[in-house]
Design a protein around this ligand. Sequence first.
Ligand SMILES: Nc1nc2c(ncn2[C@@H]2O[C@H](COP(=O)(O)OP(=O)(O)OP(=O)(O)O)[C@@H](O)[C@H]2O)c(=O)[nH]1
Length: 308
Amino acid sequence: MPIAMPDVANQSCATTEGTLDWVGMSHIEVPLMLALHGEAPRQVSAKVEAFVNLADPKAKGIHMSRLYLALDELSRESSLSHATLCNLLDTFITTHEDLSDQAFVKFDFDLHLRRKALITEKQGWKAYPVTITGQVVEKQLQVELKVNVPYSSTCPCSAALARQLIQEAFVTRFAGQQQISSELVVDWLGTTQGIVATPHSQRSVAEVKVKLQHNVTEFPIVALIDAIEDALKTPVQAAVKRADEQEFARLNGQNLMFCEDAARRLKHTLNGLTEFEDFWLRVNHYESLHAHDAVAVTVKGLQGGYRA
Ligand SMILES: Nc1nc2c(ncn2[C@@H]2O[C@H](COP(=O)(O)OP(=O)(O)OP(=O)(O)O)[C@@H](O)[C@H]2O)c(=O)[nH]1
């Protein structure tokens, strides 16, 4: 007679008893079809975390394979949408009857979007790191999205200091001249002696996390990215011809930003978006003046909501 396979999770007890908040797996590699509003599902390569709580203090452990297989079924047989995310969390709990009543799942992936050039008709890909998180705690479903949006920020202080140097260069160059030909000035402005200093800019990243309102049953990821880029005005570009680069220079010059300015712009925009119950944001200016970064963090400010 074959000897029965041992089943430690079911047949033995915890050596030290106690409940646990989350138990599960992280870094699960899963290709998924992602359902987004108004387009066919597209494939993303996700890293997933899947957890349930362990509410039985005596149980040895949860059933990891049940979480994994539910996720695998989602990957093979359907696409990731708000509805399938809810079903997945529900399956996590129902396959852990007597053990768990809370579930958590997190998907991390890059979302590639086609982005238009600023002036020309060119287009290119931009990859945005996205996180979708779902959890059921005390029977309440909560869905969060997080996106990272790269942009350019030009320092307003540096711009003012550069302008002063340009004014001083002008005074030196044209000192004592009562009448100056505009042609001469235009030529001079087109030289490095004319624009004697340039302000520093830096690649910057806005990290934005939002909690969906309960009546929102889609993932408004693209709308969120668009809103962030519209607020900042200087998103990092994909395809760039000279005309696009010149427009980028103009946009940078007209949208000088400390990290505080960027954070306030985003806060203002997010306060106006009704799909989101709460938000948290952090802007990181990866300084070119310093070897350290300038950072601003803020939240909507709801009681019991996100904390900075
Ligand atoms: N609970 C738990 N399981 C682990 C851990 N590390 C590895 N595993 C393994 O995860 C595997 C799957 O566990 P189960 O889901 O209980 O597997 P199973 O008993 O074949 O599946 P069911 O019949 O559905 O219970 C087991 O072989 C465990 O040894 C851990 O830290 N905790």
